[in-house]
Design a protein. Structure first.
Lengths: 675, 479
């Protein structure tokens, strides 16, 4: 018998536009000791499903119908006080954002003991002993000391471990993990995922994993449910799902993932957007965006059909009673790719557009009444880069390594503390403000958050016009008007949208507007600061396609700042890997990704969850967290976490070793080889 | 001869600004949406109706002129105009203004409140409560007719009020019916049940209540002193109506004079940082740590000395009193910008780090352009909320300052001066309570309406509160 059985759960939210059916007729089961993953893009109702199970919906939400059976008991029929008993002891939940899930004014120990007192009925020293065990069990080093620390003293990964310890305190039968690693860095994510898998196996606990990341699903889940627009559309065993996803939406999700074998080709995109859930649906919810939809899909909602062993799909394509000529011919496998690997030839050495040498950005730490400088945060500490027209350099690293600071210092949005930035032959760091302003048209930036990067009080037309007006690139209102229309057409927006405000657009459309704003002044260098990390996979594919196309037609140079290795593989020509303010390895994208030399690059690449989880590729799980750039470790910055550290690593920082073919690495391992 | 006092000019400048802002908002969808939310709030619209009545009185009282004196031969001044400055409100309330008694009389009284020695026709003297010269003067036999007359006038006033309220509602319903293309009854039902976007039912209800209160008062004021008279026999109703302008002027012009400091300094401090920020912070921290009453008292006394030593600066007493009122507004403004400035600095610190500001920097946009185009529009909701919330506080502040004698000129009629004189009246035996009660009631209604309205504005403009409210309303509708 299954541990958790959800039967046609329906949850609706009261919104300004009417009732939104966030979860509509969702049915699934989770067995004890099994991990069931709910997969879907933002707004598909997966978090609402989890909150409905916990009965922790926001005020505007209510469960309209269905049953949630946990060990045979219907949770929806319980009173609120009975439900409180269930939460924490039978059902526990881990949230996405560890930074806000812990109370900042209580020590970690107090928060864990609170759960123990409530659900395990143990107090005093016994409770503390149990809390110690739990903290040790989730792999926190030095648990005795950590127990008395406050959340602000812990890193993000530590906080998520504490959250897991709290969730385990009531010894739950089912753990709901709502995007447990989305806020964490790749190497920390690897740690937490390993921990979750290990705990789940050792305790025989059921786990409901909610995620948008196919890689995580592949690594952790045994069964997968794909959600779209409030509905489950496909349920399958992991192996079956990854071998051949059946639903057209699942297919599209796979096809939209940037992967190295798709270089040179356009990524699959899903046209249109998720329909508003306040609408009434007559047919299949995906029909409007589905490449294989036919008349029946628009008139009749599909029922569940089996598609192989333990594989169910809600799609008319798999209806065995359907006439053959309609169904079978339309089944599309993961769309065939025409891999036209026509890489732009490496340009001549003298066309270098941007040359950064030994760039340093230090932020002073001030203390005391007179704000004396007591130290420096070396956010960027000696970074050298080179970028030519028409090429993409990916700057890869985890959060806090200084990659965004590099981008801003190159554009002189931050004053570098040292080093040179030469752009098209001009030294930017010593340029007068007036000359610098003239050069600003040549270099632009696209930011990460499409919600924060557009002024909410300005119309789209004014936003795009802003750069032209500030830099005076296009004189005359008529000329400018025409250029705005051109820019909007170029990024795939219609010019009627000019009069609208940013809040009327979706995330992907906003990012297009941001790109149009940057392009309006005809730059040659575009710094892209994680432009797709806030977007869903299908939208990310649209933006990557757009960037690729713009590079091909306009010959732009991109400095692409990212932590997403998949995007790097797809888009970049060269890669530079940063760790704690310095570049540890650089070279061509194939060489680095296929044959990483630096132990950090190796660990970073292996930590990225892959779709082929069973390929036997070992995951190198790094110990600990990235140190603070205010107090970097002596010697090589990476040596405290490095699995291959040697005695000399803690003495001095290794020099750059050239490996030929434009490749270089900063590591003693290779210095030895060469000498 | 029309006279434009300094405060009049500023009041009409404000009106012009408000009309201009109306046009500005009308073209901007995001602002219009917020104002529509204000329009949906019943409490907000009812209080706005009350406020509008106060503002109408205040505006009427801001149209000043000097009457021509040609009807009094021999007493004309050089240019043929009297030295007394009057307003349109004075002209409307002429009977109240000129109908002064000798001294105190109770509300609706026919006799004075104090005994006087009168000489009887036979030469003997006696102490009686003499008849009032104006209040109830039309009554032959006040002891018998008073009750009947008051009742008759009240009923007459109520009847007129009901008629006026119905007429007005009918006009609104007719206009709405034409606009929506609905029948009379359907329109009426929609408005009455609150199914309209704009809270018409609240406006109509508030207007009806206002009219039902005003009708009897107007009707009775024709023959009596409805709120009695003060020590020198002035009609208290007239005094309270005149006080409204003073309160409104203090509440609005102070804000007007404070805004440039608060907005400019707050945004500059937040955006520029560094020593500019230090300097501005130092300035407002210092200003904040001086007891404000002390600072205001010192400034007001200095201004007063300057005015007193230069009588030649002003042609009339009204202009002199007005100069002092304006000075008080400016002084209150200069001492009260710190709170808003601090709020704006903090908000700017947050906005400065947002990516659209950095994008503008990447375009090489100048600092003033960024502050004007990106930061100012995004902090305006805070400014608006602060302005409407400060208004009621300033009206109360005037009362307190006038009470301790550093407020408006003693010749300016204000709630504060009325309360100040009431101090002695309350100590008197038998007690004179009506002027304090009248001032209190009017000020209370004004401040309450302003507070309720500012709550509605804050709910509509504060993004956090607005979000919560939308969710609550949606839930209500769903249920």
């Amino acid at each position: 018998m299954s541990l958790l059985r959800v039967e046609s759960l329906q949850t609706s939210l009261a919104g300004a536009a009417g009732v939104v059916r966030a979860v509509d007729d969702v049915t699934f089961e989770v067995a004890a000791g099994e991990t069931f993953a709910l997969l879907g893009e933002s707004g598909c109702g997966k978090s609402m499903t989890a909150l409905s199970l916990m009965r922790l919906l926001p005020d505007a939400g209510s469960i309209v119908g269905g049953r949630v059976l946990l060990g045979g008991r219907d949770l929806l029929a319980l009173s609120e006080s009975e439900m409180r008993e269930v939460r924490g002891s039978e059902l526990a939940m881990i949230f996405q954002e560890p930074a806000t899930s812990l109370n900042p004014v209580l020590s970690v120990g107090e928060q864990i003991v609170e759960v123990l007192e409530r659900h395990a009925s143990i107090n005093g020293t016994a409770a503390r002993r149990r809390a110690l065990e739990l903290v040790a069990a989730v792999g926190i080093p030095d648990p005795e000391r950590r127990l008395d620390e406050y959340p602000f003293q812990l890193s993000g990964g530590m906080k998520q471990r504490v959250m897991i310890a709290m969730a385990l305190a009531g010894d739950p039968a089912l753990l709901i993990a709502d995007e447990p690693t989305t806020a964490l860095d790749v190497t920390i994510q690897a740690q937490v995922l390993e921990l979750l898998g290990q705990i789940q196996r050792s305790r025989g606990m059921g786990m409901l994993l909610i995620t948008h990341d196919l890689g995580i699903v592949s690594q952790l889940a045994q069964r997968v449910g794909v959600m779209y627009a409030g509905e489950l559309v496909e349920i399958a065993d992991r192996a079956a799902f990854f071998a051949s996803p059946k639903h057209p939406y699942s297919n599209k999700l796979f096809a939209a993932l940037p992967r190295p074998e798709r270089r040179g080709a356009m990524l699959e995109t899903i046209p249109g957007s998720v329909p508003p859930l306040s609408a009434m649906f007559a047919g299949c919810r995906f029909a409007e965006r589905c490449p294989s939809a036919w008349a029946r899909c628009r008139d009749e909602g599909p029922a569940w059909h089996t598609a192989g062993e333990s594989h169910a799909v809600r799609c008319h394509l798999f209806d065995p009673t359907a006439p053959d000529e309609e169904g079978s011919s339309r089944i599309t496998a993961a769309s065939p790719l025409q891999v036209t690997d026509k890489e732009t030839p490496p340009p001549q050495a003298d066309t270098s557009l941007l040359e950064v040498s030994d760039l340093k950005v230090h932020f002073p730490i001030r203390q005391g009444v007179f704000k004396r400088v007591v130290g420096q945060v070396k956010a960027v500490d000696g970074v050298s880069l080179r970028l030519t027209l028409g090429r993409t350099l990916a700057l890869v690293g985890e959060s806090g390594c200084g990659k965004t600071t590099v981008g801003k210092a190159i554009l002189q949005l931050l004053q570098p503390s040292g080093g040179n930035v030469r752009f098209a032959g001009e030294e930017l760091t010593s340029l007068s403000p007036a000359r610098l302003r003239a050069l600003r048209a040549d270099m632009q930036i696209v930011f990460q958050d499409p919600y924060g990067s557009l002024d909410p009080r300005m119309r789209v037309g004014d936003i795009i016009e802003e750069g032209m007006a500030a830099l005076g690139t296009a004189s005359g209102l008529a000329v400018r008007d025409r250029q705005i229309d051109e820019m909007m057409a170029r990024v795939g927006l219609s010019s009627e949208m000019r009069g609208r405000y940013p809040h009327e657009f979706s995330g992907g459309q906003r990012q297009r507007i941001a790109i149009a704003r940057a392009l309006a002044v005809a730059p040659r260098l575009l710094v892209c600061d994680e432009p797709t990390s806030a977007l869903d996979v299908s939208v990310q594919a649209q933006i990557l396609n757009l960037l690729k196309e713009l590079q091909a037609t306009l010959g732009l140079a991109y400095l692409f700042i990212t932590h997403n290795i998949g995007v790097v593989e797809y888009l970049a020509h060269e890669v530079a890997v940063m760790y704690l303010g310095r570049i540890v390895e650089r070279g061509g994208v194939r060489e680095i990704l296929n044959d990483p030399k630096h132990p950090y690059t190796e660990a970073l690449l292996s930590a990225v969850p892959r779709l082929d989880a069973d390929s036997g590729r070992p995951v190198i799980v790094l110990k600990g967290d990235m140190p603070s750039p205010a107090r970097p470790p002596a010697g090589c910055h990476f040596h405290p976490r490095c699995p291959r550290a040697m005695p000399q690593c803690s003495v001095g920082y290794p020099a750059e070793t050239q490996l030929g073919g434009g490749r270089s690495v900063c590591c003693y391992l290779y210095e030895q080889i060469r000498s | 001869m029309p006279i434009i006092l300094w405060t009049d000019a500023l009041v009409f400048l404000l009106v012009a600004c408000a009309i201009g802002a109306g046009f500005y908002v009308n073209r901007r969808e995001y602002l219009l949406a917020s104002w529509r939310r204000v329009g949906e709030s019943r409490a907000g619209m009812a209080s706005l109706t009350v406020l509008a009545a106060f503002i109408a009185v205040g505006l009427l009282d801001s149209l000043h002129y000097r009457p021509r004196l040609d009807d009094v031969p021999g007493r004309t001044t050089a240019n043929g105009y009297g030295s007394e400055v009057r307003s349109a409100l004075d002209a409307l309330l002429q009977p109240l203004r000129s109908g002064t008694e000798k001294t105190y009389s109770a509300p609706l009284a026919t006799h004075l409140y104090a005994k006087e020695t009168v000489e009887l026709p036979d030469g003997s003297q006696t102490r009686v409560f003499p008849r009032l010269q104006h209040g109830g003067a039309h009554l032959e036999n006040p002891e018998q007719d008073w009750g009947k007359d008051v009742a008759a006038r009240t009923v007459q006033g109520l009847a007129l009020a009901v008629l006026a309220a119905l007429t007005f509602s009918a006009i609104v319903v007719q206009a709405a019916a034409l606009r929506w293309g609905l029948g009379w009854q359907a329109t009426w039902r929609r408005i009455w049940r609150g199914e309209t976007q704009f809270a018409w039912n609240a406006v109509l209800a508030a207007l009806a209540v206002l009219m039902l209160l005003a009708g009897p008062v107007i009707s009775l004021a024709g023959g009596y002193h409805v709120f009695g008279t003060d020590k020198v026999g002035q009609d208290v109703l007239y005094l309270t109506l005149k006080s409204i302008r003073t309160g409104l002027v203090i509440g609005t012009i102070t804000t007007l004079s404070m805004l440039p400091f608060a907005v400019a300094l707050g945004i500059v401090a937040g955006y520029r940082g560094g020593w500019i920020d230090d300097l501005i912070q130092y300035l407002y921290t210092t200003l904040n740590s001086i007891p404000s009453v002390l600072l205001i008292a010192a400034s007001v006394l200095m201004v007063q000395v300057a005015i007193d030593t230069h009588p030649d600066w002003f042609a009339t007493a009204a202009q002199r009193a007005d100069a002092r009122l304006l000075a008080l507004c400016l002084i209150l403004g200069v001492t009260s910008w710190t709170g808003l400035c601090r709020l704006l600095r903090a908000e700017t610190l947050k906005l400065r780090e947002l990516e659209y500001v950095q994008a503008a920097q990447a375009f090489g946009a100048s600092a003033s352009r960024i502050m004007g185009r990106h930061i100012l529009p995004n902090v305006m909701h805070i400014v608006l909320i602060a302005v409407v919330m400060d208004f009621s506080g300033l009206v109360l502040a005037e009362a307190v300052l006038s009470y301790i004698g550093i407020g408006v000129d003693p010749s300016t009629i204000s709630f504060g001066t009325m309360i100040n004189t009431a101090r002695l009246e309350l100590a008197r035996e038998p007690v004179v309570w009506w002027s304090l009660i009248a001032a209190f009631a009017f000020m209370f209604v004004l401040v309450l309406a302003a507070n309720l309205f500012s709550d509605a504005v804050r709910d509509a403009f504060d993004p956090r509160v607005a979000g919560r409210r939308v969710a609550a309303v949606a839930q209500e509708k769903a249920a």
